[in-house]
Design a protein around this ligand. Sequence first.
Ligand SMILES: [Zn+2]
Length: 115
Amino acid sequence: MEAAVARARLEELLAELEASAAVVQHAGEDAGERPTLDQHPADSGSNLADADREEATLEIVLAQQERVREALARLDAGTYGQCVDCGRELPDARLEVRPEASRCVDCQQRRESLR
Ligand SMILES: [Zn+2]
C-alpha cells in the first residue's frame, strides 16, 4: 500500500476513533447528570453496568487509537507495512482491512495464543 494512501486511511481512522471516544465520554457525562430523585433503586444496577460498559468501550477505542498512532509513527519511520515481529511485509489485503495492523497474521495469532 502506498504510504500516502495508508496515511490518509490512518488519519481518517484516528478521526473516527476520536469521535467515538467523544461520544462514549459524552454519554457517560449525561448519565452522571441525570437527576437521581426519580431513579428507581432497581435502575441503579443497570446504570452501573452501563457505566462499566462505557468504560470498557472507551478502553477499546483508546487502545485502537494508540495502535493507529503507532502505525502513523511507523509510516514516518518508513517501516509501515512490515511485521514488527518477523519483518515480513504485510499483504495489502490485510492492511486494507486493518490499516493499523503491526503484525502479520501468523505473528498476531502466535501472540494471541500466548495470552
Ligand atoms: Zn510476522
